[in-house]
Design a protein around this ligand. Structure first.
Ligand SMILES: [Ca+2]
Length: 406
């Protein structure tokens, strides 16, 4: 989420978003909706021929890999929403996470007046900080447990378990809070923030590299640090058991598991030049190295670090793009809903800065604009997925849309 800042400078989005202005590290960007390359950035290259293990963007068009057009149905407007999800099997409620520290419920199409949870007094929400996501326990229907990821008032990451009230399912019980994971944050930016349960009922936590710019302490490759990692938590034991599942991440702001195959898709936000999508097959054991800060996408970033990495052992992006297409990737979901059959199997992702929305059929598929959504939403902070597998687009500016058939 390097680039919450990027569009902030644009006067048009300052309204309501003043709190998002932040210091960016060494490369403050001053562009509006289509950011300009920053000093020191490499030529914007998009997908470079010859790089390893990547899809090409020039694959021949075919009906199989071309996504259908879609429409966007407004679902409500919120206060800096950053995420949307539903409890497993719950087809009546959407839970919308607001950056300032609240979770709101849309029930049968209507927004409930009382927040499900309000922890705004516990949360720092400047810049890239805030209440960043939530996840429902796979057994939420019986244990009422859910999990939140936020930066606390000191700016440090907390993953905390709560329970919904036994008396009112639309209200959480604040007294149920139990901190499961504490990670200190050396800088205000690059906090990761995504929570997702993966196959097997383990909770995955995305951790950014700690911030500033360029990973100055090289934490993403440091096995002793929890920063720049994808962590995997067994929350069914006490104390919670934490495993480093993957390393070499810069800021995996949004990642998800394909609910059909279990494959893992990660949108890892770039530094100055390349945004990337990473793919890990279902059931892959812990230990993947995604390259940062030796590599930004497939391009050398820190030559000293890159020289020490075994290129053959790295997991390379399955898609990347440069500053000509955007400035901060927002990873999404593989569509597994039923309302748009032709969209099934496509992975959707977007760029926060440019508003591009793309679809990609499998790790080897070409990146295609998703007509009807591409360029239609500003500040795409996240996608969301409901209990039926239908997908949503969340704009930090307020509106939330359901992706529907045209
Ligand atoms: Ca990478």
């Amino acid at each position: 989420m390097r680039s919450f800042i990027v569009m902030i400078v644009g006067a048009a989005v300052l309204v309501g978003l003043g709190a998002l202005v932040l210091l960016q590290g060494p490369s403050p960007t001053t562009a509006a909706s289509i950011p300009m390359p920053t000093a020191g950035s490499k030529p914007a290259g998009g997908e470079t021929p010859g790089a390893p293990a990547r899809a090409t963007s020039t694959a021949a068009a075919s009906a199989v890999t071309r996504p259908p057009a879609v429409s966007l149905k407004p679902m409500g407007t919120f206060d800096q929403p950053v995420y949307l999800t539903s409890p497993p099997g719950d087809t009546s409620r959407l839970f919308v996470v607001e950056k300032m520290g609240r979770i709101r419920i849309v029930k049968n199409g209507s927004e409930l007046a009382t927040p499900f949870l309000d922890i705004s007094r516990l949360v720092s929400s400047d810049g890239e900080q805030g209440l960043l996501s939530m996840a429902f326990d796979p057994r939420f229907a019986t244990n009422r447990r859910f999990y939140v990821n936020y930066t606390n008032v000191a700016g440090d990451t907390r993953v905390v378990r709560y329970q919904a009230s036994s008396a009112d399912p639309d209200i959480a019980a604040p007294s149920s809070a139990k901190v499961l994971l504490r990670v200190d944050q050396p800088y205000a930016n690059h906090n990761g923030g995504q929570l997702q349960f993966g196959p097997g009922g383990l909770l995955f936590v995305g951790m950014g590299d700690g911030g500033s710019g360029g990973d100055p302490q090289r934490r993403a490759q440091d096995p002793r640090s929890r920063l720049g990692k994808l962590l995997r938590l067994n929350v069914n034991v006490s104390p919670v058991r934490v495993t480093t599942y993957a390393k070499g991440l810069r800021n995996p702001w949004r990642f998800s598991f394909d609910r059909s195959t279990g494959a893992l898709w990660i949108g890892d936000v770039g530094q100055n030049a390349y945004e990337e999508i990473d793919y890990l097959r279902a059931g892959r054991p812990a230990g993947a190295n995604l390259g940062w800060n030796g590599y930004e996408g497939t391009h050398v970033y820190d030559a000293q670090v890159a020289a020490k990495l075994n290129k053959a052992s790295l997991t390379w992006p399955v898609a990347q793009y440069g500053r000509e297409l955007g400035s901060s990737v927002t990873g999404g979901y593989v569509y597994r809903g039923s309302a748009i059959p032709a969209l099934r199997g496509f992975y959707l992702f977007a760029d926060f800065g440019s508003g591009h929305v793309w679809a990609k059929k499998g790790p080897g598929g070409a990146r295609r604009a998703l007509s009807g959504a591409d360029g239609q939403v500003t500040l795409v902070a996240s996608f969301g997925q409901d209990a039926r597998g239908e997908l949503y687009i969340v704009s930090l500016g307020g509106p939330v849309y359901k992706i529907v058939a045209p």
